[in-house]
Design a protein around this ligand. Structure first.
Ligand SMILES: [Zn+2]
Length: 169
């Protein structure tokens, strides 16, 4: 996926909102949005260090079990009285991280069980029809799905904005 990670993370977090503490909403949304795009920070390594030698979806930053293990380790830290708030933040972040990998599984190869297995998932193969690889994704039908996710997120954000303004009036 290209452009839909951030709006999908927003929509997922909005869907979770009734179950989330109201006083943490701003912090939770910030963590969710960061986590929804965080795995793609490996593009810096891909371009600047690895010089495009390894497909970036194969990096540890795109291994779902890496993030699950990291989240479990974070939960086990001595949070004291902030334990509940920390668990909510970690859980919300993990959901958005896993959503990122689930979305990437549609048009890229994601190794869901690494480092234990090379079992991978790639639902749709995007054919290489253009010289510049970006066009291959933009002119593929999966991009229409991404666009729809973006539009949906904009509509939900707009409706939510209207609701918030109405309740403040
Ligand atoms: Zn990704």
């Amino acid at each position: 996926m290209f452009i839909a990670h951030l709006p999908a993370g927003y929509l997922a977090t909005r869907a979770l909102r009734p179950r989330l503490p109201r006083d943490q909403w701003g912090r939770l949304l910030a963590v969710a949005l960061i986590c929804s795009v965080l795995p793609d920070a490996d593009l810096l390594w891909f371009y600047l260090v690895d010089h495009r030698q390894t497909e970036h979806h194969a990096y540890v930053t795109h291994w779902p079990l890496f993030w699950v293990a990291l989240a479990l380790a974070a939960v086990l830290l001595p949070w004291g009285r902030r334990r509940a708030a920390a668990q909510t933040l970690i859980g919300t972040g993990l959901i958005c991280l896993l959503l990122h990998m689930a979305m990437d599984s549609f048009a890229a190869t994601i190794f869901w069980l690494r480092p234990f297995s090379d079992l991978h998932l790639n639902v749709v193969e995007v054919p290489a029809r253009f010289d510049w690889w970006v066009w291959n994704f933009i002119f593929h039908w999966t991009f229409a799905v991404e666009f729809a996710i973006c539009i949906t997120a904009c509509v939900v954000a707009w409706q939510t904005r209207g609701t918030r303004n109405a309740t403040q009036a």
